[in-house]
Design a protein around this ligand. Structure first.
Ligand SMILES: *Cc1c(COP(=O)(O)O)cnc(C)c1O
Length: 380
């Protein structure tokens, strides 16, 4: 069955006489047992931190999304990435991280991993098969994100996975951009796929959540054990909200990807734009790889403006009425941010102009286009 059908029907209570369509939310710290003999069993849930039926339902949904062997849930997308990383490293290891990674993941590696005696080396997102040349005997992990945050470089995942497997190195990808709806990295041999469920699955900019989906049972157990030992727990209310988002994610995603590609296509010919950075647009330098590996686009992309003053960039963003100024994407509302202060890369190319990122919501494309067009009057 197609994903929209599966997501509509997953984990619904059996119909009875007046049964709700959705599963119940159970709020619990203590779970009670009627026999003392059962208190220390490890095959059943013993405590609130271990989840509930609605947690299991959401894990099932993520496993179905990417064909995973097991999923762990986290209170944020960043936590999904950091716990997945922690599950695969030890003191003395070397970690390879794409230079196009989500900033806070990089800060975690530069900070917390460093404190643990783990070295992180940044690599060019477009390195492809040459990743082999930077793998060391103590490399335990290669971290990918494709397309990259803010700059949207598409990585050659099969080439990187091939080199990683040849050297026994684990691979993790941040798959937030595609929502797992237009890229299936586990099928390409990636070991763990991480999501900021906050984005598309939340869908309404009111819930934080993350998921790490593992390719094998062994990897899933490693992530789950790390999460358990550190004390990870997710609120059943938040988990419910993400499961609710799953029901409608396909049509929302389809509309948002169509809007983003239409806006990117229009902006590509705009006199004040130097370049659009949208993998699904034919002008993108990695469009061929994107076409080979992805079945669709996402809702966010960036534009590189023709050189202009920072004051003009800020005035342009301030003049937008339908795009809120704020982080995140995948919600119902459109957002825009200027990205230059965030771009602290070591191996990236110079872009040649100011970067603005647009996240498309569910507004009509024509209205968003008119809003951007009018705001461009601030740039002379
Ligand atoms: C937003 C985002 C995250 C972090 O998710 P939160 O739920 O906001 O912590 C991680 N990776 C990528 C690519 C993101 O866009």
């Amino acid at each position: 069955m197609k994903k929209e059908t599966v997501f509509t029907h997953i984990s619904r209570p059996k119909a009875g006489l007046g049964t709700a369509v959705n599963p119940d939310i159970t709020r619990a710290s203590t779970l009670l047992f009627d026999r003392a003999e059962d208190l220390y069993r490890t095959d059943i849930r013993g405590y609130g931190r271990h989840g509930s039926a609605v947690h299991d339902a959401l894990k099932d949904a993520f496993n179905l999304l990417e064909g995973g062997a097991g999923t762990s849930l986290f209170p944020s997308g960043l936590a999904a990435c950091t716990y997945a990383i922690l599950s695969q490293v030890k003191t003395g290891d070397h970690v390879l991280l794409t230079d196009s990674s989500y900033g806070p993941t990089r800060y975690f590696c530069d900070g917390h991993l460093k404190k643990m005696g783990i070295e992180t080396e940044m690599y060019d997102p477009r390195i492809g098969a040459d990743i082999e040349s930077v793998i060391r005997p103590n490399t335990s992990l290669i971290l990918m994100e494709s397309p990259g945050s803010l700059t949207f470089e598409v990585q050659d995942i099969p080439a990187i996975v091939k080199a990683a497997k040849a050297h026994g190195v684990t691979t993790i990808i941040d798959n937030t951009w595609s929502a797992g709806l237009s890229l299936n990295p586990l099928k390409m041999g990636v070991d763990i796929s991480c999501h900021a469920a906050t984005k598309y699955f939340g869908g309404h900019s009111d819930t934080m959540s993350g998921a790490a989906i593992s390719r094998t049972d062994k990897l899933a157990k490693q992530v789950a054990l790390t999460a358990k030992q550190i004390g990870n727990a997710c609120s059943p209310d938040d988990v419910y909200q993400i499961l609710r988002g799953f029901r409608t994610v396909m049509p929302r995603f389809r509309q948002q990807e169509a809007t983003s590609l239409a806006l990117a296509t229009w902006l590509n010919n705009h006199p004040k734009v130097m370049q659009v950075l949208h993998p699904a647009h034919k002008s993108h330098p990695d469009h061929t790889i994107w076409k080979r590996d992805f079945t669709g686009g996402g809702c966010i992309f960036s534009v590189v403006l023709k050189p202009c003053s920072e004051a003009q960039v800020l005035a342009f963003i301030n003049a937008l009425n339908l795009f809120g100024i704020g982080y995140s994407y995948g919600g119902f509302e459109s957002l825009a941010i200027h990205c230059d202060p965030q771009l602290k890369r070591s191996a990236s190319q110079l872009l040649g102009g100011p970067l603005v990122r647009f996240a498309c919501g569910l507004e009509a494309m024509e209205d968003l286009k008119a809003d951007i067009d009018r705001a461009f009057n601030e740039i002379t």
